[in-house]
Design a protein around this ligand. Structure first.
Ligand code: LRH
Ligand code: MN
Ligand code: MN
Length: 431
């Protein structure tokens, strides 16, 4: 099994070769930060405590509506997906939980799934429901919507599926349901925009009523696709109104890819923090639309600016800020395990850089309307090479100083290829 495949000893051996250089780099960076009044270990400890959930659908090779090019050794079941997730966790130390997606992760053996996760030392983050696809044997079709469909029978089926997801999640130790629906219209006039939103609120209230007391509902908005004219929950406005209407357990989830190009996402984050309704993220990166590229791969400065808002909120002592950090990516041309490790590290990088922002000085520049020096204050933190902090945080957690190098030399992928003959019907991840 994977748990014994990349052994602690292999990580220790790989780390032993890199440790002396790391200690030196860390000390040099520590001296530099001390001159700026920052104690390096406080940043390293914060980075070591940072966690992001792995999406179960992310460990299979993704694709587009044109093609999918599967790679050898893909996981063929949710159990094998957990194996890959545990490798990511062992090497990065930053990903202790998995976010499941139903029915993609359907199994008749929930107790077995929990036991498997326990053995691999993994927990479960938010569960994701899926009413954007029909599954074989289903009585009603989602072709024209799910929670907002004009036919109450379709709405009831979609509500029941969400309640089923909550029940499964409760058995697994999840504490949140992420609700994203593709409902909308492709033509002006196709849908009564007002009534569709009202139907959403009515259906979502029934799901909300089924939440255990310590659960949260994370409402995920997305501007377009699959509906190309109007999507019912298209932006943070519709999402926030829904959360406020539903009640205190409802929060907004921001998927970075779900906005128009050039939208200022860090401002959305700031507004949702203000409203006390920011619930979490689906991290990824994009150039054009919902590209689901690796977090930080296209615009790392934007990722930094988002984390800067989160750290600022902490600094301002915003109460009750409990965020569900998750990745949501489609790995079409890379080994998903490598992409997910690299993305988790990019989040830690943005977080570490944000912790380096001199907030008192920034505040003074802002008070004085010194735009240039205020922007330089952010840039100074962003351009600091925090690599030694990230590597030290991993090493101190027993993870790998160089996760991708250690992964490649382990031969894990080749071993998976031998153990997992191709399953071309694998469906998860192509959205
Ligand atoms: C929709 C989305 C949503 C889905 C996932 C597979 O684009 O971001 O989170 O559940 O992709
Ligand atoms: Mn998403
Ligand atoms: Mn998406």
């Amino acid at each position: 099994p994977a748990a014994t495949f990349i052994q602690a000893r292999a990580i220790e051996q790989a780390n032993a070769r890199l440790q002396a250089d790391l200690e030196q780099d860390y000390q040099r960076l520590g001296e530099l930060l001390t001159r700026n009044g920052i104690e390096i270990d406080s940043v390293t400890n914060a980075v070591a405590a940072f966690e992001v959930a792995i999406p179960s659908w992310g460990v299979g090779t993704g694709g587009t509506r044109f093609a999918r090019f599967p790679q050898p050794g893909e996981p063929r079941s949710v159990f094998e997906k957990l194996e890959d997730c545990s490798v990511i966790q062992r090497l990065t130390g930053a990903t202790p939980r998995v976010s499941l997606h139903f029915p993609w992760d359907q199994t008749g053996d929930i107790a077995g799934l929990k036991a498997c996760a326990d053995e691999l030392k993994l927990g479960f983050d938010a569960v994701n429901s899926n009413t954007f696809q029909d599954r074989p044997g289903q009585t009603q079709s989602y072709k024209f919507g799910s929670l907002t469909h004009t036919d109450p029978a379709v709405r009831e089926q979609a509500i029941a599926h969400n309640i089923e997801c909550i029940k499964i999640g409760a058995q697994l130790g999840s504490k949140a349901l992420t609700l994203w629906i593709g409902d909308g219209a492709n033509f002006p006039g196709q849908q009564n925009l007002a009534r569709a939103y009202e139907r959403y609120l009515e259906s979502a209230a029934k799901i909300y009523a089924a939440l255990p007391s310590d659960w949260r509902l994370l409402i995920e908005h997305k501007m377009y696709e699959p509906a190309f004219y109007a999507t019912v929950i298209q932006d943070w406005g519709s999402s926030l109104m829904a959360a406020q209407t539903l009640g205190p357990k409802a929060f907004c989830l921001v998927d970075l890819g779900h906005h128009a190009p050039n939208v200022n996402i860090e401002m959305i984050v700031s507004r949702l923090v203000h409203a006390r309704r920011l619930g979490g993220f689906h991290f990824n990166d994009s150039k054009y639309g919902d590209d689901d590229l690796d977090a930080g791969s296209i615009d790392p400065y934007r990722l930094f600016l988002i984390f800067n808002e989160l750290v600022d909120a902490q600094w301002r002592k915003t109460p009750d800020l409990a965020l569900a950090h998750m990745l949501d990516q489609s790995h079409n041309v890379t080994d998903p395990v490598e992409s997910l490790m690299s993305s988790a590290i990019e989040l830690q990088r943005a977080y570490a850089q944000s912790l380096l922002v001199d907030r008192r000085t920034l505040d003074e520049y802002q008070q004085d309307n010194d735009a240039l020096m205020a922007s330089h204050t952010l840039k100074r933190a962003f351009t600091t090479d925090v690599q030694p902090i990230l590597a030290m945080a991993r090493m101190r957690r027993g993870a790998a100083i160089d996760p991708i190098g250690t992964y490649r030399s382990s031969g894990y992928r080749a071993a998976c290829a031998a153990r997992r003959p191709a399953n071309l019907s694998f469906g998860g991840g192509i959205v």
